[in-house]
Design a protein. Sequence first.
Length: 389
Amino acid sequence: MSTALLARDPDLARLLDDGYDVVVHAGHIVIRHIPYVTENRTVEHGFLAYPVTVSGDRLVSGTDHRIWFGGSIPCNEYGRPLALASPEPREIAEGMQVHFMLSSKPGPDGYHDEYTKITAYARIVADQAHALDSSTTPTPGAAWQEIDDDSPFVYRDTATSRAGIATVNRRFRGHRVVIVGLGGSGSYILDQVAKTEVDSILLVDGDTFENHNAFRAPGAPTLDTLRGRPAKAAYLASVYANMHRGVSACEEYLDEDNLDLLTGATFVFLASDDAAGKPAIVDWLEAQDVPFIDVGMGVEEIDGRLSGLLRVTASLPGRRNAVRRRIPRPALERDAYARNIQTADLNALNAVLAVIRWKRFIGIYADATNESHATYSLITNEIANEDLP
C-alpha cells in the first residue's frame, strides 16, 4: 500500500496537521510521544495504538471505541491510575507491545471518526501530564511513517491486526508452498493458503479450467472466462495474485520427469487424483524430507443419495508410513471418485481439513493429537483420527 495514499486519508491528514506523530505498523495506527503520568507522579511518554479497518487507501470510520496504550499504567495528576485503563498485554507487532486497554465511550454511537477518537484519548491521557508539566504536549510536530513489514499481500491484512494475532501469523513467513492439482480440493486449498503470509505459492496443474471446474471451485468465473478455456494454474494464479504477491503457476502435470519443480518447497499439498503418478512424487518428497499432505475423497451414489469418505494423510519427517499405507495405488483406484463425483462443499471441507492439519504442523494452531491420517465420514458426520508409525 502506498504510504502517500494512506497519508492523504482525511482523518490522518488532520492528525498530521495538528502535529501528531503517526505511524502505520502491522495493521495498526500508532500515535507516538503521548505524555502521561506514572504512579510515581513523573511524566513519561508512551503511545496509543489500535487496529484499523482500511478500505483501499482510506480508513473506515466508526470502528471499535477502544484503544490500547504502551507504557506503564497512565495515571491522573495525583498518581492514581485512570479508571478507563485495564491491563491487557497485547503484542501488536514484532518488538512492539501494548500493556493496557483504554475504554471510554462518549455515547451510544461511539466516536464519529478516527480523528475524534484519537484526539479524545490523547487529551484524556496527556492533560494529566500537562497539569504537572505545562511544557508537555502530545503534538510535538507532524511525523508520518509507515513501517514496511515485508507483507506478501497486495493490500493490508486488517483481519489479523483486529484479531491481535500478528505475531502468530508471522510463523507463516519463510514458507514456500506448492499445490499439486487444482481441481475441487486443490483450488480450495489455494483459497485458504493465499490468505496466509507464506512467502510463495506455486500452482502445478496441466489441465484447463472449464464449466465443471467452476461448480466445484471457489469464486464465480465469467462465461467469457470459461469460453476461453484458460490453463487452470494460470487462471487461478491470476485470480489470487490480486491478493497475494507470491502466487505463480506452472502449466504442467507433475510426474517423474519434472519433479525439480518441487525444489525449495517447504510444504506440498497433493490434491491430484492421478494415482499413477503419485509413487514417484512421494518417493522424491520423502528423499528430500519435504513434509506434505495428500488429500482424497471417495464418493458414491447409494439408493439415490451420495455417501463416502474424505481423507487427509500427512507425511511428516520421521513419520512416513502413513502415506505408504493410505494413499491409493493405481490398481486400487476403483471408487466413484474416478467417475468424477464431487461437490463443492465436500471439496471445500477436504481442503479445509488439510489446511488446518498443515497449520497445526507449523505451530499456528494447537495440536494435541498429531495424527498422521484422518477421515471424515459423510453418512455419520464423524472425523476419525489415526496415528500411524
